[in-house]
Design a protein around this ligand. Structure first.
Ligand code: HEM
Length: 275
């Protein structure tokens, strides 16, 4: 009996000591930023640096068992001298709270995405440390429009597979056009990339679009299954190309379109002037 009483008392004492310790730490390190309620919890965000710079804002994601200060003290404050820097406590860390069922990379990525949307933040450059690397990759795959604006804009302007054929399964009317069962249609989803109902200012090149989407990988149930791999390959290709020839200009009169290859569109020759 005495043993159980002692165990119960020590448990209560430990719980009280933890509670007092947590309150003391919270007072010593109060949340310095905004607490944004999102589905699945709360995200603590600190937004520093000039808001009117030309480049995209930088979002710094801290690593395991730490909080936004580990990104702010060595890096964030210095970057904020020239850039808008958004620091956040990852869900379940620092002042950010997360429901247990959201404790997956996809769940945390979605919460951060929702918080950035609430703040009206345009596409960003994600900078991730240590364990947050996996979170940054998940966010890039799940919310490509958030982190990939330049690539999305390239993909929008140049659909390499802009159309395909489809067989009409039964008589139907689309936008006043009657289509009979068995007819073959050309479906030009690449045209959506220049449709003002789908994208604002379609004929402007803008790497900072707030909603940088495209129809290049098609839409709906047959949307390209390999689009994430395709994006990675395109990014790797661009990176290497720019490392090898950082300065170049096109020799437009020498450009030759690829010969007919069904619905795929590309070039056989793209000569450039280096330097
Ligand atoms: C820039 C590169 C790519 C572009 C522009 C592209 C574009 C497309 C488009 C427009 C479709 C829809 C076709 C349709 O509905 O008839 C599609 C489907 C598909 N793509 Fe891609 N793709 C690319 C790269 C890749 C890669 C690298 C893979 C595989 C690793 C891939 C795998 C697939 C598959 C499996 C489908 C069929 C999905 C389905 O019907 O459910 N694609 N792609």
């Amino acid at each position: 009996m005495i043993f159980f009483t002692l165990v119960a008392l020590s448990t209560i004492l430990l719980a009280m000591a933890t509670w007092i310790g947590v309150r003391a730490l919270e007072r010593a390190y109060s949340a310095g930023g905004e607490l944004i309620e999102v589905e699945g919890g709360t995200i603590h965000v600190v937004d520093i640096g000039p808001k009117d710079t030309a480049g995209p804002p930088l979002v710094l994601l801290h690593g395991a068992s730490s909080n936004l200060l580990t990104m702010r003290l060595p890096l964030g404050d210095r970057l904020a001298q020239r850039h808008r820097v958004i620091l956040l406590d990852r869900p379940g860390h620092g002042w950010s709270r997360a429901d247990r069922e959201k404790a997956t990379l996809a769940g945390h990525g979605r919460m951060i995405e929702l918080a950035l949307q609430r703040m009206g933040i345009p596409p960003v450059i994600l900078v991730a440390h240590s364990l947050a690397g996996a979170l940054a990759v998940r966010m890039t795959l799940d919310h490509p429009e958030r982190v990939n604006s330049a690539m999305n804009e390239f993909l929008r302007l140049f659909s390499s597979a802009p159309m395909t054929g489809r067989k009409v399964p039964h008589d139907t009317v689309v936008n006043g056009h009657t289509m009979r069962a068995g007819e073959i249609l050309g479906v030009f989803w690449g045209a959506g990339n220049f449709d003002p109902d789908y994208i604002d200012r379609p004929f402007e090149v803008d790497f900072q679009r707030p909603n940088a989407r495209n129809t290049t990988f098609a839409l709906g149930p047959h949307m390209c299954l390999g689009q994430h791999l395709a994006r990675l390959e395109l990014e790797a290709m661009l990176k290497v190309l720019l490392e090898v020839i950082p300065q170049y200009s096109l020799i437009e009169e020498g450009i030759v379109a690829a010969p007919e290859v069904a619905s795929i569109f590309g070039y056989a020759k793209v000569p450039v002037r280096i330097g």
